[in-house]
Design a protein around this ligand. Structure first.
Ligand SMILES: NC(=O)c1ccc[n+]([C@@H]2O[C@H](COP(=O)([O-])OP(=O)(O)OC[C@H]3O[C@@H](n4cnc5c(N)ncnc54)[C@H](OP(=O)(O)O)[C@@H]3O)[C@@H](O)[C@H]2O)c1
Length: 247
């Protein structure tokens, strides 16, 4: 029989939790009983989300302003989480963005912004949190993308950062699995969030047209509830995605 709050007693750290998938994941895991540390650059948003979770779910929260491109800030983020909670069971490597589009017109700044956020940030977060996850026998969860599984013509650099994420996650999994750390990469197609350079996904798509961030959050919750197994990869696509791509 499943417990009512399956993650009671667990502690979670989520990057990029000031909006979209990260914010809804924080809420879903708090609902499941986990204490939750949330990080991103927008401090006010984080504080608002954290106090909402405390009121609604009666869990402990921590809001930590962090730019994942800065390794010292990432180190501090993990240290503060450990100082407050004393352990770390679930880490959701979620912070990410897309800038520009085609290679020929991409500025170096757009290129570096994507590389530093989507790859460096995930590396720093993994490096700092792994020792604690080994202690707890915890979960390391990456938000990848369908863009990291199939060639994507409209932003090859963004796609490449997500191929990197999958390659990194699966390789880390092959190393730390025998140390009882579960590693998962979740690959969504379009999700109605603030994601996008210019027009945001939530303005581009009507409700029901593509995946909602709450649906990805439920996928993370499912993954984090596995006691013995690793959900190695989980694809969550809008229903017509593959027929649109290959049909
Ligand atoms: N939406 C989609 O269609 C889609 C599809 C597949 C995969 N994904 C992936 O899902 C993840 C979450 O995106 P989303 O859709 O939820 O978009 P979103 O609503 O724009 O959320 C992105 C989050 O990342 C944070 N962030 C960006 N740069 C950061 C930095 N340097 N340091 C710390 N935090 C940073 C943002 O917060 P601040 O601005 O406050 O820092 C925000 O909380 C990303 O990895 C994205 O690549 C999205």
């Amino acid at each position: 029989m499943e417990l009512e709050s399956p993650l009671t007693g667990r502690t979670t750290l989520i990057t990029g939790a000031s909006s979209g998938i990260g914010r809804e994941t924080a809420r879903a895991l708090a609902r499941d009983g986990s204490d939750v540390a949330i990080s991103a650059r927008r401090r006010k948003e984080l504080e608002r989300i954290a106090s909402g979770m405390e009121r609604r779910y009666d869990v402990e929260t921590l809001a930590i302003r962090t730019d994942v491109r800065k390794e010292k800030q990432v180190r501090r983020m993990v240290e503060k989480t450990m100082e407050q909670f004393g352990s770390l069971d679930i880490v959701v490597n979620n912070a990410g963005l897309s800038r520009g589009g085609g290679v020929e017109n991409m500025t170096t700044e757009e290129y570096k912004t994507m590389m530093e956020t989507n790859t460096d940030g995930m590396f720093y977060t993994t490096r700092e949190s792994l020792p604690h996850l080994k202690e707890s026998g915890g979960h390391l969860i990456y938000i990848g993308s369908i863009a990291g599984q199939y060639p994507r013509p409209f932003n090859p650099v963004y796609a490449a950062t997500k191929w990197w994420t999958r390659g990194f996650a699966l390789s880390v999994e092959s190393k730390v699995g025998d140390e009882n750390v579960a590693v998962t990469v979740i690959n969504p197609s379009e999700v109605r969030t603030e994601f996008g350079d210019g027009e945001k996904a939530r303005d581009k798509y009507e409700k029901g047209e593509v995946t909602e961030p709450e649906e990805v959050a439920e996928a993370v919750s499912f993954v984090a509830r596995q006691e013995n197994s690793t959900i190695s990869e989980l694809d969550i696509y809008r229903r017509d995605k593959l027929s649109d791509m290959v049909g």
